[in-house]
Design a protein around this ligand. Structure first.
Ligand SMILES: [Zn+2]
Length: 360
């Protein structure tokens, strides 16, 4: 009898151990802000760029809306959701003032290599072009799409039309809706968004981010994906165009859309307190040479500097991370899988997850 009780207790301890390791995250929402600099995320609008009439047509207006005396106040005006809700409930990495560093591992510091690194966990040096080339590397969305309960429950909405190639839609089986991919859904609201995307003006040559966002949100409400990826693009295009006012305006609007998707999922029982939100970027941009804010790529010395924010039921509410650390973009893929209880493996090496994110 004693021996039986001993084994029984051992079994309970074992089961409890398994339960403790099982994450509470059942769904993930990933958002990327193309080429959004960590400098604005952590310090708010840049005074030099704000006051330079070459880059900003209305310094007075930007000052009224986004300027404040301290970095803390400025960043909160620009990214109110990041610096209220996520700061209280999540973690923000990449403030180099504290040597809290997040970087590209790939040596190129532009979009396709960056998104490849985020989703495959593999900074493949052969991925060195923004051309529409089918990605040979398997990605974490594709890996999840093969797991029980996830098949057909993974969707990506992107403004940039290269995403079907980056995520290799035909091979991965992930639903990717990019630029003006026709939305053939039976939902009237998605049919309206479909009309809008063909009728709207296209200031950056692809559909505006708001249409990408609304399509993603309404798709989530109607079809309930377990993994949803939203890829914004305007910040990068406006920066290349040297339009600081538009770059800042798009960044602020993207923060509002992130707040809106969070409020949307927190109001649905399937997602409420069971969803992790992860926000990051494909690459940084220049800052040391001020005019290089427009540019990125291997010739811009600081364009590998990126950032990452995360919030969810498995992430400690540590707020702004101030410990010296070196993290890499290639760790994000395995982090996404680990939050859902999986160990991401692929047809190439995969970097380890960021353990601090999944340690509650
Ligand atoms: Zn770019």
């Amino acid at each position: 009898m004693k021996r039986f009780i001993f084994i029984f207790i051992l079994q309970i301890a074992f089961v409890c151990g398994l339960i403790a390791q099982q994450p509470q995250t059942e769904n993930i929402i990933i958002v990327t802000l193309d080429g959004m600099r960590w400098q604005e995320v952590y310090k708010g609008v840049d005074e030099t760029l704000m006051n330079d009439s070459v880059y900003n047509r209305d310094a007075k207006r930007m000052k009224e809306k986004f300027w404040a005396d301290t970095e803390q106040e400025r960043r909160k005006k620009l990214f109110p959701f990041l610096w209220t809700t996520i700061e209280k409930q999540g973690q923000l990495y990449g403030n180099r003032k504290f040597d809290n560093k997040v970087d590209n591992s790939n040596p190129y510091w532009f979009s396709y290599p960056g998104y490849n690194e985020i989703f495959t966990g593999y900074p493949d040096t052969a991925v060195n072009s923004n051309d529409k080339i089918w990605n040979k590397n398997e990605n974490v969305l594709e890996f999840l799409n093969k797991q029980k309960g996830f098949t057909g429950k993974i969707a990506a909405f992107a403004t940039w039309d290269v995403f079907p190639y980056i995520l290799n839609e035909p091979r991965s089986g992930v639903y990717v809706n990019a630029d003006v991919d026709t939305m053939t859904f039976d939902q009237p609201v998605l049919q309206m968004l479909n009309d809008m995307q063909f009728l709207t003006t296209r200031p950056i040559g692809v559909r505006p981010d708001i249409i990408t966002y609304m399509a993603a949100r309404e798709y989530l409400k109607a079809y309930r994906p377990r993994v949803l990826y939203i890829a914004f693009d305007e910040t990068d295009d406006f920066a290349h165009g040297g339009m600081y006012d538009q770059y800042i305006g798009s960044a602020h609007s993207q923060d509002a859309m992130i707040a809106d998707i969070w409020n949307t999922v927190q109001a649905l029982p399937q997602y409420k307190n069971k969803t992790t939100l992860l926000i990051t970027v494909d690459h940084g941009r220049g800052d040391k040479v001020k005019s290089n804010w427009k540019h990125h790529g291997a010739k811009i010395e600081d364009a590998h500097e990126i950032w990452l924010a995360v919030m969810g039921p498995d992430t400690k509410p540590s707020g702004e991370m101030k410990e010296p650390v070196q993290l890499y973009q290639k760790q994000i893929a395995a982090t996404i899988a680990s939050l859902l209880g999986y160990n991401f493996t692929a047809n190439h090496p995969v970097a380890v997850p960021i353990s601090e994110i999944n340690k509650k």
